[in-house]
Design a protein. Sequence first.
Length: 85
Amino acid sequence: MEFREDQPRWKQVAEVIRQRIADGVYRSGSRVPSENDLMQEFGIARMTAHKVMRALREDGAIYTVRGMGSFVSPPGGSEGHTEGE
């Protein structure tokens, strides 16, 4: 991925994941890539990957279950839960 200089990398990666959710690549209830997966796919640092996941959780696109991973929220957003954090 070619990163633009006008926006932080974490925002750009988060937008890619949001678009994949919108396009049905990641469907409601399905697992999304882990921080390690994001690091490998996009060539980003762990802190950047962490910011991506946090942003997606905060806007309700995903929810996280400790020990299981992060998943696409149901339509309309998650019930605001992040289990185990």
